[in-house]
Design a protein. Structure first.
Length: 229
C-alpha cells in the first residue's frame, strides 16, 4: 500500500524550520509541529519519522525564500529599500496579531511590499492575497501569476461596486486584459503537488480571500478555494 502523502502545509512548515535553523533536529521540528497543531486545533501533525524523511528529500533545495522576515535586518537580503519599511511592518504586525505571533516568510514579505508600493490605497485584505499569488507563482513557476496580478492592480479591482459590473465588462470588452489565472489553474491536475505547495506556502492555514478575488482564483476542481480559505 502506498504511503499517504504529507499535507503540503506541513511540508512548507518543515522547510521554514530548516531555513531558519538548519541544525534543528527532526525530533525538535516534529515537537514544534505538534504544539502548533494543538494551538490551531489540528491533530494531523507529521511524526518525527516523517519529518526526517522530508528533510532528507530536500537535498540541496534553496530554502532562502522560507527564511522569516525580520525588520530591519532582512531588508537588504530581500532587496527592499527603506521606503518599503512601512509596508513590511504592516505585514509583520498582522502576523504578530493574527497568526499566533509568527512571522511571514521573506518571499511573501518582498511581494507584499512590492504590491503595496504599486497600490498603496488598496485594502490590506486585497494586497496580502495578491502578494500570496505572486509568491505562489514564484515557487511553482506559474507564468500567469504576474499578468493576473498586474491586471488586478492596474484595473484597481477592489474599487468595484460589488455589483459584478467589473466582471461583466472584462468578459465583454476585448480591451480589458483577461484575468486568466483561474482558467490556467483549472486545466492543471488538482493533485499537482507543486501548485498545492505553492498556495500553502503563500497563504498558510488562515489565509483568506476577498470574494471578488475568490471569483478569479477558484477552479472547477475546487481545491484552490479549499486550500486558501
Amino acid at each position: 500500500m502506498p504511503r499517504p502523502a504529507t499535507e503540503q502545509m506541513w511540508i512548507a512548515r518543515i522547510k521554514e524550520a530548516r531555513a531558519n535553523d538548519p541544525r534543528r533536529s527532526a525530533a525538535a521540528i516534529a515537537r514544534d509541529l505538534g504544539q502548533y497543531a494543538a494551538r490551531v486545533g489540528r491533530d494531523d501533525a507529521p511524526s518525527e519519522r516523517t519529518v526526517r524523511r522530508i528533510i532528507e528529500d530536500l537535498g540541496d533545495e534553496d530554502l532562502s525564500g522560507y527564511v522569516y522576515f525580520s525588520w530591519p535586518d532582512s531588508m537588504q537580503a530581500t532587496g527592499l529599500g527603506w521606503d518599503a519599511s512601512a509596508a513590511v511592518l504592516e505585514l509583520v504586525g498582522h502576523y504578530q496579531l493574527n497568526e499566533h505571533g509568527e512571522r511571514p516568510t521573506s518571499r511573501l514579505t518582498r511581494w507584499f511590499a512590492i504590491v503595496t508600493l504599486a497600490a498603496p490605497s488598496a485594502p490590506f485584505e486585497w494586497r496580502r492575497p495578491i502578494a500570496g499569488v505572486l509568491a505562489a507563482g514564484e515557487i511553482a513557476s506559474i507564468p500567469e501569476a504576474k499578468p493576473w496580478a498586474e491586471a488586478v492592480l492596474a484595473q484597481r479591482v477592489w474599487l468595484d461596486a460589488g455589483d459584478g459590473s467589473y466582471y461583466a465588462a472584462r468578459h465583454s470588452d476585448p480591451g480589458i486584459p483577461p484575468l486568466a489565472l483561474s482558467e490556467w489553474l483549472s486545466a492543471r491536475d488538482p493533485q499537482d503537488e507543486s501548485i498545492r505547495a505553492a498556495f500553502w506556502d503563500a497563504f498558510g492555514v488562515t489565509g483568506t480571500l476577498p470574494e471578488a478575488l475568490r471569483v478569479d482564483l477558484e477552479t472547477r476542481s475546487g481545491w484552490v478555494g479549499e486550500e486558501v480559505s
